[in-house]
Design a binder for this molecule. Structure first.
Ligand SMILES: Cc1ncc(COP(=O)(O)O)c(C=O)c1O
Length: 386
C-alpha cells in the first residue's frame, strides 16, 4: 500500500498548461507575465488591492518585519504556537520575540493575554515594534480584539496567514486584517507553487517597498545602483504559473479538507479522550490540517502511541507545533502564559489532511487510530502508579 503523507501537493492539471505557456514564451527567468497575473488574481481572491509574489512565506515575513522598522533589540510580540518561521523573521533583523499563549477555544493567540502584555510593555515604557498574529492550522485568529488592543498602543500587526489561505473571519478572507498579510505556497499548504509566498497590504507604498527590497533593491538607473541592502526574494514566472492553476481550485481544495475533517470527526469523535481543534464561531476554518488532542488516560493510549501506530502502517502524522517559548533557540525569550500551548503540544496530533486523500485512505487511517484505542497502546498494560 502506498504511503499516506500528511499534506502532499495536489495539482489540478491546469498548472501544467500554464507552465507550458511559460516555457513557450521563454519566460523562465525570474518575473514575467505569470507573476503579474498571479499577484492580481491572488489580490482579488483575498480582497486586497496590493500583493507581491515572493520566494517563500518566510521571505514575506522577513520583509514585513524589516519594513515595520524592527531593529536590534526591538521587541515584537508573536503567537507562541506556530511554526518557527513566524519568529525567525524577528530574529533576522536582530529583534527580540516576546511570545504570547493561545486560547484553548481557538488554538490561536489569546487576545486577553496580548492586551495584558501590551499594557505591561506600556507601563515599562517600552512598547513592541510590531505583533505577529498567526492564523493557525487554517483557522483565523480573533482579529477584532487583537487589532483593537494593538491600535490602543499604536502597534502594527503582521498577519501570518501562511497556513490559512481560504479561511475567513467575520465573512472576510484572512490575510487582510493587519498592516500586511503573509501567505505561503510551500508544498504542504492548501495550494502550492512547490515553494513560494505572497505579501499583501492595503498600503500601496508598503508593497512597493517590499517589491523593491525583494528585487535586489535596484535603484532606477541604467547601471546597477543600490542605496539599500536588497534581497533575491521574488517568485519565478514558472512557479507563478503553477500558482495560478492552483488558485483556480482553491475552493475545491478547502472543501476537500473540510470533508476530511468531517470524516475524522464522525469516525473518531466519539472515542473517549479525543477532542478536535474547535472551529471558532467567528469564521470558516479551512481545516488545512485536522488536529486533535489525546487524553491518554481516557483514550488508553498516548498521542505518540497513535502516531507510531500510524507510522508502522506507513501513514504520516505529526505532533502539533512545539511552541516557540519551548524551543531551545528561543529559551531566553519572554513569554506571557504558555501552559495552553505546551499542553496542546504534549497531546496534539495532526492527521493526514491532504485534499487528495481517498475514502479508502481515510478508512485506513481511522482503522489504525481505532485499533490503537482498542489495543490501548502500551498504556493500559502499564501498572498503575502506586
Ligand atoms: C505559520 C507559518 N508561517 C510561516 C511559514 C513559512 O512559509 P514558507 O515555508 O513558505 O517559508 C509557515 C510554513 O511553511 C507557517 O506554517
Amino acid at each position: 500500500m502506498a504511503r499516506i503523507y500528511l499534506s502532499p501537493p495536489h495539482m489540478s492539471g491546469e498548472e501544467a498548461e500554464l507552465v507550458r505557456d511559460a516555457f513557450a514564451s521563454n519566460w523562465i527567468a525570474p518575473l514575467g507575465p505569470h507573476v503579474d497575473a498571479f499577484e492580481r488574481e491572488f489580490a482579488a481572491a483575498v480582497g486586497v488591492p496590493h500583493a507581491v509574489a515572493l520566494s517563500s512565506g518566510t521571505a514575506a515575513l522577513h520583509l514585513a518585519v524589516k519594513l515595520l522598522g524592527v531593529g536590534p533589540g526591538d521587541e515584537v510580540l508573536c503567537s507562541t504556537l506556530t511554526f518557527s518561521a513566524s519568529a525567525n523573521a524577528i530574529a533576522y533583523e536582530g529583534g527580540a520575540p516576546v511570545f504570547v499563549d493561545c486560547d484553548p477555544a481557538t488554538w490561536n493567540l489569546d487576545p486577553a493575554l496580548l492586551d495584558e502584555e501590551l499594557w505591561e510593555c506600556a507601563r515599562r515604557g517600552r512598547l513592541p515594534k510590531a505583533a505577529i498574529v498567526v492564523d493557525l492550522y487554517g483557522q483565523s485568529a480573533d482579529h477584532e480584539p487583537i487589532l483593537a488592543a494593538c491600535a490602543t498602543h499604536g502597534v502594527p500587526v503582521i498577519e501570518d496567514a501562511a497556513e490559512a489561505l481560504g479561511a475567513s473571519y467575520r465573512g472576510a478572507p484572512v490575510g487582510r486584517f493587519g498592516r500586511c498579510g503573509v501567505f505561503s505556497f510551500n508544498g504542504n499548504k492548501v495550494i502550492t507553487t512547490s515553494g513560494g509566498g505572497m505579501l499583501v497590504s492595503e498600503d500601496a507604498e508598503f508593497v512597493r517597498r517590499a517589491r523593491f527590497l525583494a528585487t535586489q533593491a535596484r535603484d532606477p538607473a541604467p547601471h546597477y545602483q543600490h542605496s539599500a541592502i536588497g534581497y533575491n526574494y521574488r517568485l519565478s514566472n514558472v512557479l507563478a504559473a503553477i500558482g495560478r492553476g492552483q488558485l483556480r481550485v482553491l475552493e475545491e481544495r478547502v472543501a476537500a479538507r473540510r470533508r476530511n475533517f468531517d470524516y475524522y470527526r464522525e469516525h473518531l469523535g466519539g472515542l473517549p479522550g479525543i477532542e478536535f481543534m474547535p472551529e471558532a464561531p467567528y469564521g470558516r476554518c479551512t481545516r488545512w490540517l485536522t488536529c486533535l488532542t489525546v487524553d491518554p488516560q481516557a483514550f488508553g493510549a498516548t498521542r505518540d502511541d497513535i502516531r507510531l501506530a500510524l507510522e508502522a502502517e506507513d501513514v504520516e502524522a505529526r505532533p502539533v507545533w512545539k511552541p516557540m517559548h519551548l524551543q531551545p533557540v528561543f529559551a531566553s525569550s519572554r513569554v506571557r502564559g504558555g501552559a495552553v500551548a505546551a499542553r496542546l503540544f504534549e497531546r496534539g496530533l495532526c492527521l493526514p489532511s491532504g485534499s487528495s486523500l481517498t475514502g479508502d485512505d481515510l478508512e485506513r487511517i481511522v482503522g489504525i487510530v481505532r485499533k490503537a484505542h482498542r489495543g490501548g497502546g502500551q498504556l493500559r498494560a502499564r501498572p498503575a502508579k502506586p
